[in-house]
Design a protein around this ligand. Structure first.
Ligand SMILES: [Zn+2]
Length: 114
């Protein structure tokens, strides 16, 4: 393999996670991913028992959403993520992003098969 153009280093906090679909639809593809701050979505769900907040990432391979335990993210990182996601902190928006990844993924797979 040859590097055509090097990418950047991870910015800010990052950690390895498996794509499991935890807390969401689907079981994930079990890929091991290096998830960085910018990959995480923050959103709020108002349940009958109150307000719940979630930090999740969307797998670039299968489009599955996986929730991350709050205890695995530092308070400072949570602040950064919340600030970035303030305008989009709705589960419907984040699910739509996941659906976009899934649709792209399926279209690419079809192209490869043709
Ligand atoms: Zn996946």
């Amino acid at each position: 393999m040859k590097i055509i153009a090097p990418g950047r280093d991870c910015i800010g906090w990052s950690r390895e996670f498996d794509c499991t679909g935890k807390g969401n639809e689907g079981i994930g593809c079990n890929a091991r991913l290096l998830v960085e701050e910018a990959d995480i979505w923050f959103y709020v769900v108002n349940n009958s028992w109150g307000r719940e907040t979630f930090y999740s990432f969307i797998c670039p391979l299968c489009g599955c959403m996986t929730d991350i335990s709050h205890s695995l993210i530092s308070g400072e990182t949570m602040d950064h993520i919340r600030k970035r996601c303030e305008e989009t902190a709705k589960v419907s928006y984040v699910r739509a992003q996941a659906d976009k990844v899934k649709t792209l993924r399926l279209a690419n797979r079809k192209k490869q098969q043709e």
